[in-house]
Write a protein that binds this ligand. Structure first.
Ligand SMILES: Cc1cc2nc3c(=O)[nH]c(=O)nc-3n(C[C@H](O)[C@H](O)[C@H](O)COP(=O)(O)O)c2cc1C
Length: 397
């Protein structure tokens, strides 16, 4: 897996001579695995065509805050939520000033304000402009705000001047973006995650199951691996590919998933119960296919073992994080579940909504501990996965 695999980067391109390097920056980010969308400022479009950036990024280039069609679908708020990082390269003195002042004067600046993701700025300008007190003052303001500045290079400039202000090399810019995602918060830690749906046989061809796709568990696994953890996945029925770096243990029924978790939990630091496990299994499933008789058929259901509760009851238990898929009395049910299971945190998602949860690529959750709660608004499961793991590290590691 490359350092920017699964990462969504917005590249802001400003009105600088160095804008001709933007397609190369797009390529370098893609080489590291990123998906790139470009926002081109009006001045930027004087230096580089939308077409070049569209072809290299393989995505529509955005440039207009007042684009009615875009605001219907990928509007500026959506773009802000979509991004894992925003890179401005080349960043003009004008845009640097706008960002420092928090202006929402164009699409790029509006998206920056509408996003909580890291911002990286690679200035490019004439050496005299770069050394101007106003520019340096703005860069200091941005640094104090934890915005990452990629220092320009010293050398011969387009105007013939020699000095500091030349855009850093594209490869170096992409690598610095990549390094921002390098994370060792879970290095040396072992994480076991259950994911997907369990299957309870009724007969050899029919079964009881649910709509879980495994996407949330897979996103959590990616986030743990990115943070340096050794990840074991106890997997039910899923329709997706999983991270190659994870150890996978396939299971079918709730009973089998329980058994595999218990066999592998001893040395784990964190346990995340993300699978949708059946609460009931069929008593004595039929060995042969049940024939249609036209009469009522009664199936007897037996309660399954509670995986999360049993892990929480272990004498040396890992940090235990549960998921609560609820359709009513959401908060109350989630808090009761956390108490009943004895877990350290519970993540509640509302599975009654069509646009979220089970099969969707997006989710919206509330993260509860005994004395803390945080709503994570609708976003991709990948992004939420990272936020959840960051919070787990913050609260428990
Ligand atoms: C030929 C030319 C080259 C320019 N090069 C730069 C530059 O390298 N860096 C910079 O900060 N501004 C440069 N500017 C000025 C910006 O294009 C101008 O401040 C513009 O308003 C920036 O808009 P933006 O920040 O929305 O992209 C240049 C202007 C011209 C006419």
């Amino acid at each position: 897996m490359k350092i920017l695999t699964n990462k969504r980067i917005i590249l802001g391109v400003c009105g600088s001579i160095a804008a001709y390097k933007a397609p190369d920056i797009v390529r370098r980010l893609q080489d590291l695995g990123a998906e790139v969308r470009v926002i081109l400022t009006q001045s930027g479009a004087q230096f580089i065509t939308e077409l070049s950036l569209q072809v290299t990024s393989k995505n529509k280039v955005h440039h207009n805050l007042w684009d009615k069609e875009a605001e219907l679908s990928m509007g500026h708020i959506e773009m802000g939520k979509w991004a894992d990082a925003i890179l401005i390269a080349p960043a003009s003195a004008n845009t640097i000033a706008n960002v420092a002042e928090g202006r929402a004067c164009d699409l790029l600046n509006s998206v920056i304000l509408a996003s909580d993701c890291p911002l990286i700025i690679a200035p490019a300008m004439n050496q005299q402009m770069y050394s101007a007190a106003a520019v340096q003052g703005n860069l200091t303001t941005l640094t104090l705000r934890n915005i990452h500045i990629i220092k320009p290079e010293i050398g011969v400039q387009a105007c013939g001047d020699i000095g500091e202000g030349r855009l850093a090399e594209s490869k170096e810019i992409a690598e610095q973006v990549g390094r921002l995602f390098q994370n060792t918060e879970l290095s040396g830690k072992k994480v076991l995650i259950t994911l997907g749906a369990t299957i309870e046989a009724i007969d050899p061809v029919r079964y009881l199951s649910n709509h879980s796709s495994g996407k949330m568990g897979s996103a959590l696994a990616d986030a743990c691996i990115e943070a340096g953890a050794q990840v074991t996945l106890v997997v039910g029925n899923i329709g997706i590919d999983l991270n190659q770096k994870a150890r996978k243990i396939s299971t079918v029924s709730a009973q089998e998933m329980h058994q595999k978790v218990m066999e592998n939990i001893a040395d784990q630091d964190i346990f995340i119960a993300c699978a949708a496990v059946s609460d009931y299994s069929i008593k004595n499933p039929e060995k042969n296919k049940i024939k249609k008789s036209g009469k009522n058929l009664t199936l007897t259901l037996l309660p399954t073992k509670d995986i999360l509760k049993d892990v929480c009851a272990l004498s040396t238990k890992p940090i235990c994080i549960g998921f609560a898929a609820e359709t009513q009395n959401l908060t109350e049910n989630a808090i009761n579940k956390m108490k009943y299971k004895g877990c350290d945190a519970i993540i509640m998602n509302d599975v009654s909504r069509d646009d979220l949860g089970f099969k969707s690529d997006e989710n919206e959750v509330i993260f509860f501990t005994k004395n803390f709660q945080l709503k994570m608004i609708k976003n991709s499961k990948q992004k939420l996965g990272r936020k959840i793991i960051k919070l787990v590290v913050e609260k428990f590691i």
